[in-house]
Design a protein around this ligand. Structure first.
Ligand SMILES: C[S@@+](CC[C@H](N)C(=O)[O-])C[C@H]1O[C@@H](n2cnc3c(N)ncnc32)[C@H](O)[C@@H]1O
Length: 264
């Protein structure tokens, strides 16, 4: 077997590794939450004053840690494995040879699902700072390998780059996507700069797809518990889009994720 065929047959057997978001946090929350459960059971079984305190403490720890710990596991099992964080990009059908940028592509869960939709030309570029906090195993090499396994490496290019300093020229892209990334650019000023950067690299009439967990959705509360406070509501993102001159803003709630589509 020649080298090319050997490489192809190895890749055929491999599955892409997208990783779990905030895996270490999920493990930590579940361990602390289980300690809370043990305190609760102990306090429940042996009734005296000290154990009532233990019981209350156990309930508090379970609410804060075990709820989102189990919720985030369920979210991965029930939602993320089945769902790309962007609806079908209707904009793709309207543009010849679309040039797309995925900001904060990570290991490629969303980026590669978009690249697979590129049936008649076009190219997807992905940038990320490859933070391991968000996804353990997050790395440029990982997303490139995933692209090979998913057989879209000929229509994708990945590189290092920050949302607040996008390493491309003005007016380059027909579509920019950012799925579950902007909340990680922590302060509103950073998010504002990142939006200005998206606006800058979009062509006039280009589309910006922005997906963010909506903290007011029942799915965020059910799966995230107290962690929902780490996310913003719909108005926050809508205002940022408006003050950065995006127009024709539409919104869809998809399993707890708010998906905005806006035009430059
Ligand atoms: C929750 S993950 C989402 C990854 C990917 N968009 C997806 O749909 O699977 C968030 C990603 O945002 C990246 N990120 C965080 N801050 C960033 C920044 N300032 N610029 C670019 N990427 C960033 C992280 O490294 C991580 O890969």
């Amino acid at each position: 077997m020649n080298k090319k065929k050997l490489r192809e047959s190895n890749l055929k057997e491999e599955k892409p590794k997208y990783g779990w978001y905030v895996k270490n946090l999920i493990i930590g929350f579940n361990i602390i939450g289980l300690l809370g459960l043990i305190a609760f059971i102990y306090g429940f079984l042996i009734c005296d004053f000290f154990n009532i305190i233990l019981l209350i403490l156990g309930i508090a720890i379970m609410l804060v840690f075990l709820w989102p710990g189990i919720g985030m596991v369920m979210m991965h099992l029930l939602l993320l494995g089945r769902l790309s964080l962007v609806t079908k990009m209707n904009a793709l059908d309207k543009i010849d040879n679309p040039q797309i940028l995925d900001v904060g592509c990570g290991t490629g869960r969303t980026a590669l699902s978009i690249a697979k939709e590129l049936k008649n030309g076009g190219h997807l570029y992905g940038i990320d700072i490859y933070s391991k906090l968000a996804i353990p195993g997050n790395a440029l090499e990982r997303v490139q390998k995933n692209a090979q396994i998913e057989k879209v490496d000929n229509k994708t290019t990945f590189q290092y780059g920050s949302a607040t300093e996008i390493p491309f020229e003005n007016d380059k892209f027909d579509i920019v996507n950012a799925s579950s990334v902007f909340h990680e650019v922590h302060d509103s000023n950073g998010q504002n700069i990142a939006m200005q950067e998206v606006y800058r690299v979009l062509k006039l009439g280009g589309y910006f797809y922005l997906s963010e967990w909506n903290r007011k959705s029942w799915q965020c509360i059910a799966f995230g518990g107290i962690c929902c406070f780490a996310f913003k509501n719909k108005n926050h993102w809508e205002n940022l889009l408006k003050i950065n001159n995006f127009r024709d803003i539409s919104y869809e709630n998809r399993a707890g994720f708010g998906i905005f589509v806006a035009k430059k």
